[in-house]
Design a protein around this ligand. Structure first.
Ligand SMILES: Nc1ncnc2c1ncn2[C@@H]1O[C@H](COP(=O)(O)OP(=O)(O)OP(=O)(O)O)[C@@H](O)[C@H]1O
Ligand SMILES: O=P(O)(O)OC[C@H]1O[C@H](OP(=O)(O)OP(=O)(O)O)[C@H](O)[C@@H]1O
Ligand SMILES: [Mg+2]
Length: 279
C-alpha cells in the first residue's frame, strides 16, 4: 500500500486535496481527519503540516508526499522531487526597507529574518555572503519594523504583503517554487500509477478539446495553427469538400486559436473541457 503525505493546512492544502479527488482518490470529509484509507486504490493518505512532509518522506516513514519545493529544500531531507505540480507558485526573495539595499553583497554583516533558515543559509554560503539569519515562524515582514532584523527573506506571491510593510525586493531570485510531488525512492510500488493520474489531472486543467469543420484543402494550414500533441484527428464529412478536425489546445491559447481558425475558413468551432486524461 502506497503511503502518501498531503498538506493538512496552509496555501497548498485545498488544491492538493482537490487534485487527488479529481485523480479518483478518496479524500477526507472532515478537516480533523488525519488518516484516510483508500483500499480500492491501495493507498493511504496522511494529512500533515506541509513543513513536516519532506521529513516524513525523507525518513522513509511515508513513501510520497505533496509539499512546496522551498519547504523540501529547507528541510534538508533525503526526499527527492519527482514531479513539479501546477499550483502553489511563488518566488523566494530578499526584501528590505525601500532604498536601503541594492545588491546581495549589501547583506554582508546584517540580520536577515526568515522562516526558511536553512534555505537562506545555504544560499548566502554559496554566494559567499556572511549575514546573521534570524529564524521566525511567520509574518517575517514585520521583523524589520519591529527591529529584530535589517532585511527579510520570504515567499513572495503578489508582493502585496511586502509593500504594506514598506519593504521592496532586491537582489537575485533565491528560488522559484511551486507544489511538488516528492518521494523517498523513485521505485516505490504504485508510484507510477499516482504520477500518471496526477499528470492526467494537470493535462485536463491545462488543455481543452477543439472541434471544427474545415474545407479539406485547408488541413495543412489548420494543422500549423493546431498541431495537437501528436497530430490532429481528421475525419471525413458527408460533404466530401469538408473535414472535421479534433485537437487538444492549451487552455490559455483557446481564444486566439479560434480567431485564427475562423479567419482561415473553419466553421462550427466548438471548445470542450477535458475531464480526465492519460497521455
Ligand atoms: N501566498 C503564499 N503564501 C504562503 N505560501 C505560499 C504562497 N503561495 C505559495 N505558497 C507555498 O505554500 C507553501 C507554504 O505552506 P504553508 O502551509 O506554510 O502555507 P501558509 O499559507 O504559509 O500556512 P501557515 O502560514 O498557516 O503556516 C510553500 O511551499 C510556499 O511556497
Ligand atoms: O506576496 P504575497 O501575495 O503578499 O504573499 C506572500 C505572503 O503570504 C505568506 O504569508 P502567510 O499568509 O502564509 O503568513 P505567514 O508569513 O505567517 O506564513 C508569505 O509568508 C508572505 O508573507
Ligand atoms: Mg505562511
Amino acid at each position: 500500500m502506497l503511503r502518501i503525505a498531503v498538506p493538512n493546512k496552509g496555501t497548498l492544502s485545498e488544491t492538493a486535496t482537490a487534485m487527488l479527488h479529481e485523480a479518483g482518490y478518496a479524500t477526507r470529509r472532515d478537516p480533523k481527519e488525519l488518516i484516510v484509507s483508500d483500499p480500492r486504490n491501495d493507498v493511504e493518505f496522511f494529512y500533515l503540516r506541509p513543513r513536516d512532509i519532506a521529513t516524513y518522506v525523507g525518513s522513509g516513514a511515508l513513501d510520497v508526499g505533496i509539499t512546496g519545493r522551498d519547504l523540501l529544500l529547507d528541510s534538508h531531507s533525503a526526499a527527492t522531487e519527482i514531479d513539479s505540480l501546477d499550483f502553489g507558485g511563488s518566488t523566494f526573495r530578499f526584501a528590505g526597507p525601500i532604498g536601503r539595499f541594492q545588491t546581495l553583497q549589501d547583506l554582508e554583516g546584517v540580520r536577515v529574518a526568515t522562516s526558511y533558515d536553512a534555505l537562506v543559509r545555504d544560499f548566502l554560503a554559496a554566494e559567499g555572503v556572511t549575514a546573521t539569519v534570524v529564524r521566525l515562524d511567520g509574518a517575517v515582514e514585520s521583523a524589520v519594523r519591529l527591529g529584530v532584523a535589517d532585511a527579510v527573506a520570504d515567499v513572495v506571491e503578489t508582493g502585496s504583503t511586502l509593500r504594506k510593510q514598506g519593504l521592496e525586493i532586491f537582489g537575485p531570485v533565491i528560488l522559484e517554487s511551486n507544489a511538488v510531488l516528492i518521494a523517498s525512492r523513485d521505485d516505490v510500488p504504485g508510484l507510477e500509477t499516482l504520477r500518471r493520474r496526477i499528470q492526467g489531472v494537470m493535462v485536463a486543467h491545462q488543455y481543452v478539446l477543439i472541434d471544427y469543420d474545415l474545407p479539406a484543402e485547408l488541413v495543412d494550414r489548420a494543422s500549423a495553427i493546431t498541431p495537437g500533441l501528436e497530430s490532429p484527428t481528421v475525419s471525413p464529412l458527408r460533404d466530401t469538400g469538408w473535414v472535421a478536425v479534433r485537437v487538444m489546445v492549451p487552455r490559455g491559447d483557446m481564444n486566439h486559436v479560434m480567431d485564427e481558425l475562423y479567419a482561415l475558413g473553419a466553421r462550427a468551432i466548438l471548445v470542450s473541457a477535458i475531464h480526465a486524461a492519460r497521455i
